[in-house]
Ligand binder design. Structure first.
Ligand code: ATP
Length: 354
């Protein structure tokens, strides 16, 4: 089922949690809401769920206005970070719960419930734990059971709020991949809240990057990563170096580096900031055409990539990540002066960069 969010506003007292947010979610899509703590992701998810009322705007489910539809009638399934399974019930009974409390005329027969629950347990690959109690499960297993439980009532929409937030890094990674595969099989429209960039980029069809109650950018993961639309998105998605220069009629100049840009044609000596990720920065021993120079402060040579930290004359640091081969060829040691050139950069005029 598709979801449309139209001009949603939400205030908590004087505080604006959501400021005129609009978003279209396609049927069967897995969408990540990504942003720093307090940006409004959970509030937006709760409004989609019907757990929170917006002050203005509409939520449409499958094209029909659901803004005032009660949560129980929206046919949404939830998975939260700390999803409390019933401790005194077996895994089977936990998953069956939503079905067994349905009014008698809607309740499937005991045999149908058994079949559906076992199918879901197989799907989350935990059918062998049907008779176990939550206390006997690992955190990752509990979240998979929570997901099976939310799917038992056949929701039209699945809402997940930091579902793997409380788990350790390795389990999180496994569950991410697993959720993606499960979604590929089921195609339930799903909205997934996370503050973890890697998680959002790996799991979802599209990512919505939020900040301070508004949407900064919506796009496919590779698009968002390769073409961040704003300085905020660029910085939020990963480590980045900032270099200050100017743009004149589409021509960028920073230090002795010059590049014709496909944008900012009407800039007239405007101050600009170039954002370059450490792995998009090359080190060189030539001053000509370099963005900047620095003194080698630290070298971290663990794994196939060598991270080199440089200090500029003004005290600012630059971080570059180069291949081991490149590093060896340069033969640099702490204290040396080296130069940097970009393989790829994102340029924003100072007004936008703030
Ligand atoms: P986190 O990742 O920390 O959960 P979030 O992006 O999900 O952050 P929200 O939970 O949506 O953020 O909260 C957005 C802002 O609204 C926060 O500053 C929060 O303190 C505030 N807020 C949320 N719910 C309430 C409430 N019931 N009363 C007052 N303020 C609230």
């Amino acid at each position: 089922m598709s979801i449309e969010i139209r001009n949603i506003r939400k205030q908590f007292g004087q505080f604006t949690a959501l400021d005129n947010v609009s978003l279209d979610i396609a049927a069967g899509e897995l969408l990540a809401l990504l942003g720093p703590s307090g940006c409004g992701k959970t509030t937006l998810l709760r409004i989609i769920a019907g757990l929170e009322k917006p002050d203005a705007g509409q939520v449409l489910f499958g094209g029909a206005d659901a803004t005032h539809t009660h949560v129980a009638e929206r046919q949404v399934g939830f998975v939260f970070q700390h999803y409390a399974l019933f401790r005194h019930m077996t895994v089977f009974d936990n998953v069956a719960f939503g079905l067994s409390v349905k009014p008698r005329r809607e309740r499937p027969s005991a045999e149908e419930i058994r079949e559906r629950v076992m199918k879901l347990l197989k799907m989350v690959q935990l059918d062998w734990l049907a008779d176990a109690y939550p206390g006997q499960l690992s955190g990752g297993q509990r979240q998979r059971i929570a997901l099976a439980r939310s799917l038992a009532v056949e929701p039209k929409v699945l809402l997940l709020d930091e579902p793997f937030g409380a788990l350790d890094a390795k389990v999180r990674k496994d569950l991410r991949r697993w959720l993606r595969e499960l979604h590929n099989d089921m195609h339930i429209t799903s909205v997934f809240v996370t503050h973890d960039q890697e998680e959002a980029l790996e799991v979802s069809d599209r990512v919505v990057v939020m900040d301070h109650g508004h949407i900064e950018q919506v796009g496919r993961p590779d698009d968002i990563y390769e073409h961040p639309a704003t300085p905020f998105v660029t910085q939020f998605l990963g480590d980045v170096n900032l270099f200050h220069g100017r743009v004149d009629a589409g021509q960028l100049t920073i230090g002795s580096y010059e590049q014709a840009l496909g944008q900012h044609q009407d800039a007239d000596g405007d101050a600009a900031v170039a954002y370059v990720r450490p792995h998009d920065l090359d080190l060189t021993l030539q001053a000509d055409g370099a963005l900047a120079q620095g003194r080698v402060e630290h070298i971290h040579a663990v794994g196939p990539v060598v991270r080199v930290e440089l200090q500029q004359a003004d005290g600012q640091t630059i971080e570059a990540a180069v291949s081991k081969e490149r590093f060896r060829a340069l033969g640099i040691v702490p204290g040396d002066t080296v130069y940097v050139t970009p393989r790829k950069l994102a340029v924003f005029l100072k007004d936008a960069a703030g």
